[in-house]
Design a protein around this ligand. Structure first.
Ligand SMILES: Cc1cc2nc3c(=O)[nH]c(=O)nc-3n(C[C@H](O)[C@H](O)[C@H](O)COP(=O)(O)O)c2cc1C
Length: 354
C-alpha cells in the first residue's frame, strides 16, 4: 500500500504507519497480535508488570505473530517519600475508603520500579523488535544494551526540547504526544509552568526540530486525524483510545462502557490517581480531587488508589476508576482490534486519494 512517507514503516518493519499504543492495564497480547497481523505496530504496555507477567505476555504475543512487536516501559524518576504528602493523601482518600467499606487507606508506596537492569535483562531475552519508553529514556548503559541487540527505540516527547533530548540520547523515532492524548502525559523535562501543546501545534514543531521520524499521538481516532498528522509532517501515528472498546482490550468493562458512552467533551487531566497528570473520562473521584495540587510522587499513589479503583470497577459505577481516554474518545467504536486497524487504513487511504 502506498503511504506518503515510508520512513516509519521501513524503520519499524510494518505495513501501515500506525502504532497501536502500548497501554499498561489495557493493551494485551491478543491486541498486539491482532494489530501486528493487520499490518500495524502491535504493542504491549509492560510498565505495571512484574518480570514474570512480562514474560507471560511477551511469550504469548510472540507465539501469535511473526511480525514486529513493541514492548513499552516507564522510565520515571524514582519517587521520594514525603511523610507530609503521604499523610495528606491518606486523609483525602479516607472518605472514599469509608464510603466503599474498605477500612483504613493503603499508604502510598512503590509497586513498580522504573525500568532497570533487571527488567532490561528479562526484556532482552525476549528478542524485542521495538522498545518504547514513557517519561524519557533509561540510563545510557541500558539504551546501549538494547541497541546492541538491534532493537529500535521510541519515546514520547511533549515539547521540541524533549524531542531534541531524546534524539541526542538514542531515540530512533519520536512520539509527539499532544495534550489531547489519553493516559499519562509523557513530559520529563521541566516545563516552567507552561501548558502541554496540542497535537496540531506540537507535531510540526517536533518535525522541524529532529531528523528522526516523528509519530503523532493524541486525539487521533480516525482516518481524518491520521491524514492530518501526515500532512503536518508526521511519518505515522500512535493511537490508544480508539482501541479501548475492542474485545482484546484488557481493561475492565466499566472502562470500555464509559469509553463507548463518552462524547469527548468529558475528559480531563487528573493527577489524583497516580501522582502524575493523566487524561481520564471525568468521574466523581477525578472531579472531586481536581483542586488538589500536591500528591505523593508518581507512582506511589497507584498503590493508595488501587483499592478504590478496583471497588468502583466491581460495583459498576467507575466512580473512582482510572478511565484513561483521550479527547477523541467520542469517535471510539465497539470493533475488534483488526477492524479498527482496517478502518483506520481504509479511511486514511480514501482521504489521501482525493
Ligand atoms: C488506557 C491508556 C493507557 C496508556 N498507557 C500507556 C503506557 O503504559 N505507556 C505509554 O507509553 N503510553 C500510554 N498511554 C498513552 C498512549 O501511548 C498514547 O500517547 C495515547 O493513547 C495517544 O492518544 P489517544 O489516546 O488520543 O489515541 C496510554 C493511553 C491510554 C488511553
Amino acid at each position: 500500500m502506498n503511504w506518503p512517507n515510508a520512513r516509519l514503516c521501513d524503520l519499524l518493519n510494518i505495513e501501515h504507519p500506525i502504532v497501536q499504543a502500548p497501554m499498561a492495564g489495557a493493551s494485551s497480547p491478543e491486541m498486539a497480535i491482532a494489530a501486528a497481523n493487520a499490518g500495524a505496530m502491535g504493542s504491549l504496555g509492560c510498565a505495571l508488570q512484574t518480570p514474570d507477567q512480562f514474560i507471560a505476555d511477551a511469550s504469548a504475543a510472540r507465539a501469535g505473530t511473526n511480525r514486529a512487536l513493541n514492548y513499552n516501559f516507564f522510565v520515571h524518576t524514582p519517587p521520594v517519600d514525603d511523610p507530609a504528602k503521604t499523610a495528606a493523601a491518606i486523609e483525602r482518600l479516607g472518605p472514599w475508603y469509608d464510603m466503599l467499606g474498605l477500612g483504613e487507606p493503603v499508604e502510598p508506596h512503590e509497586t513498580h520500579p522504573t525500568f532497570d537492569q533487571a527488567m532490561c535483562d528479562v526484556l532482552l531475552e525476549h528478542a524485542p523488535n521495538v522498545v518504547s519508553f514513557h517519561f524519557g529514556l533509561p540510563d545510557a548503559s541500558l539504551v546501549a544494551q538494547i541497541k546492541d541487540k538491534g532493537c529500535t527505540i521510541l519515546s514520547s516527547a511533549t515539547s521540541a526540547l524533549e524531542a531534541e533530548w531524546l534524539e541526542q540520547n538514542g531515540a530512533d523515532a519520536i512520539i509527539a504526544q499532544g495534550y489531547e492524548a489519553g493516559g499519562h502525559n509523557g513530559w520529563f523535562l521541566p516545563r516552567n509552568g507552561a501548558d502541554v501543546a496540542g497535537t496540531m501545534a506540537l507535531v510540526p514543531r517536533i518535525v522541524d526540530a529532529v531528523n528522526v521520524p516523528v509519530i503523532a499521538a493524541g486525539g487521533i481516532a480516525d482516518g481524518r486525524g491520521i491524514a492530518a498528522a501526515l500532512m503536518l509532517g508526521a511519518a505515522g501515528v500512535q493511537i490508544g483510545t480508539a482501541f479501548l472498546a475492542t474485545p482484546e482490550c484488557r481493561s475492565h468493562d466499566v472502562h470500555k462502557d464509559a469509553v463507548l458512552r463518552a462524547t469527548g467533551d468529558d475528559t480531563m487531566h487528573s493527577i489524583a490517581f497516580s501522582g502524575r497528570a493523566a487524561r481520564t473520562i471525568t468521574n466523581d473521584y477525578a472531579r472531586g480531587m481536581a483542586n488538589v495540587a500536591e500528591w505523593p510522587d508518581f507512582p506511589l499513589m497507584n498503590a493508595a488508589t488501587a483499592p478504590i479503583r478496583a471497588a468502583t470497577a466491581k460495583d459498576g459505577t467507575g466512580a473512582a476508576f482510572a478511565l484513561w481516554a483521550g479527547q477523541a474518545v467520542g469517535l471510539a467504536r465497539a470493533e475488534t482490534t483488526a477492524e479498527v486497524v482496517e478502518r483506520l487504513v481504509g479511511e486514511t487511504q480514501t482521504i489521501l486519494k482525493r
